[in-house]
Design a protein around this ligand. Structure first.
Ligand code: URA
Length: 434
């Protein structure tokens, strides 16, 4: 077998055998297949797609590319959540402490930013000292002690995804159903979680632009989970504008902490309660979704979720001073106001554009080894349904200079659309697939 033939077969629309898929994954992880051939392969998959059998094979090959974690040393049922990626999606930072405070156990392997979307690991690393490269022993130990741990992929856990993810990020091969499903499900299978709640996003800021694509992805991933003996539920949620108001690593950490203090934006909180309630029901802690939501609300009201967040930051080496003093996170040199050029109700915000602008400021990676500037980003002041007068400030750009803010100002303005009619902003939840 050789890589050229496998690329050619997929490029021409052929169905790859299990052996061919194993050959690609193993060869890439061992360093025998170079990045340029893997990039071509990913682009062929992007255009020609993979059927369910190929996607399952790819998932299994990736999951088995490193160690398979055994979480049986964790006391209690572990439940995990994973999002397909969005803009301003700081859900894990809020829902994790909430479900932990309600008695759940969260052993979470998270990723870095991908394309225009942010990643939980980058967000957490914006807290000075916060360590995400936990050893497997530390990871399990922390879940047992604190109920929750969030780690980046250790090099021996799903190394295939770690390598392929970084390559997809810079080769425009992220938004492929097969590649997203295999990336997420391989991590979940390798990290040993028993119950999985997926947040499948759809809309301008998601990789799945239409509800139809989101449903296909949800059904594929729920099926992969079930076949592998892991109970999996998928919530389809809207990503037609940034979630909450903050986009950018440390800005999002601030918003997550404010949410844990009871000051969270409605759309973010609605999503957190829905995902969290599904997690509690799956873990057998609550019987019904409504009852689970009540429990979660209580963890915000009584401050117990915030206390879990504090103990996780401390356990992972971060500066807990951040909870009461956001200056610990640092601040961008410039906070530039973007003003509306016309009046009306905000009818659309192109969330992908907002994510791209945050990336261009330095909040995401343009190349695989780029460093992130944690303090930059966009703060959205006007969201869908809000009425705006001409010259009202609709967003703030947090940047290192006025020039870099001005360079993206027009893109932010162009991502807004206005309507003379009042716009009703519905629920952020579209459906739940079990
Ligand atoms: N999150 C992942 O872990 N992988 C993807 O491909 C997309 C979102």
């Amino acid at each position: 077998m050789n890589m050229y033939d496998v690329i050619l077969k997929k490029r021409n629309g052929g169905e790859l055998s299990t052996n061919e898929i194993n050959y690609v994954v193993e060869g890439y992880v061992k360093g025998e297949i170079p990045d340029y051939q893997m990039s071509a392969f990913l682009m062929a998959v992007y255009f020609q797609k993979m059927n369910k059998r190929e996607t399952v094979d790819l998932t299994m090959a990736m999951a088995h590319s490193g160690a398979m974690l055994d979480l049986s040393n964790i006391n209690g049922v572990t439940v995990d959540k994973h999002s397909t990626g969005g803009v301003g999606d700081k859900t894990t930072l809020v829902v994790g402490p909430m479900i932990t405070a309600a008695g759940g156990k969260l052993a979470k392997m998270s990723g870095r930013g991908l394309g225009h979307t942010g990643g939980t690991i980058d967000k957490l690393e914006s807290i000075p000292g916060f360590k995400t490269d936990l050893s497997i022993e530390e990871f399990i130990d922390n879940v047992n002690k604190y109920g929750m741990a969030v780690a980046g992929q250790t090099s021996n856990l799903d190394p295939a995804d770690k390598m392929i993810y970084a390559l997809r990020d810079v080769t425009a091969t992220v938004d492929s159903t097969a590649l997203i499903a295999s990336s997420i499900m391989s991590k979940k299978l390798a990290s040993g979680t028993e119950k999985i709640v997926l947040d499948i996003k759809t809309g301008s800021g998601a990789f799945m632009k239409t509800e139809k694509e989101a449903r296909e992805l949800a059904e594929l991933m729920v099926g992969i989970g079930k076949d592998a003996g892991r109970k999996t539920v998928a919530v389809i949620s809207k990503m037609d504008q940034p979630l909450g108001r903050a986009v950018g690593n440390s800005l999002e950490v601030k918003e997550a902490i404010e949410s844990l203090k009871g000051n969270g934006p409605d759309d973010l909180m609605e999503l957190c309660y829905t995902l969290g309630a599904n997690m509690l029901v799956m873990a057998g802690i609550s019987k019904y979704i409504a009852e689970a939501k009540d429990r979660l609300e209580m963890t915000i009201r009584d401050g117990s979720a915030l206390e879990i967040f504090r103990s996780v930051v401390k356990a992972q080496g971060g500066d807990t001073g951040v909870i009461n003093d956001y200056s610990v996170l640092g601040e961008a040199a410039e906070i530039y106001q973007v003003k509306a050029k016309k009046s009306g109700y905000v009818s659309k915000i192109n969330a992908k554009e907002i994510g791209m602008c945050s990336m261009l400021l330095g909040g995401g990676r343009k190349e695989k080894n780029d460093n992130i500037d944690f303090v930059v980003g966009i703060y959205i002041l006007k969201k869908i349904g809000d009425y705006v007068e001409e010259n009202d400030v609709i967003a703030e750009i947090h940047s290192e200079s006025k020039e870099s803010a001005k360079a993206i100002e027009d893109r932010i303005l162009a991502s807004y659309e206005f309507s003379a009619e009042k716009i009703e902003r519905g629920s952020v939840i579209i459906d739940t697939i079990v």
